[in-house]
Design a binder for this molecule. Structure first.
Ligand SMILES: [Zn+2]
Length: 92
């Protein structure tokens, strides 16, 4: 019985790999980075910066949407979440 408990934990860990930088989903949307910003529409979700490999558009997406996200510019996807630029640049 204890062996099965270990297997379950491994499956859960692999599911998180869809949101690491470099992941490309079936719609050719590539994960660029974790912005660290909190989602405005889904509590507990973090915004990831995605880039479309077709048109190079960059936009933000909820972590839970990354694996099936479509480009808002050329694939008719939902408008992206706002990307927050690093605050340091504002004061230069
Ligand atoms: Zn695109």
């Amino acid at each position: 019985m204890r062996a099965f408990y270990g297997v379950g934990r491994r499956v859960k860990a692999s599911a998180a790999r869809t949101t690491i930088p470099g992941f490309v989903n079936p719609n050719r949307q590539e994960v660029m980075s974790n912005t660290g910003a909190r989602s405005a529409s889904f509590a507990g979700q973090v915004i990831y910066k995605l880039r479309c490999r077709d048109c190079q558009a960059e936009y933000g997406a909820n972590g839970c949407d990354v694996h099936h996200r479509r480009c808002p510019q050329c694939q008719g996807g939902e408008p992206g979440e706002g990307l927050r630029e690093p605050a340091a640049g504002l004061f230069e």
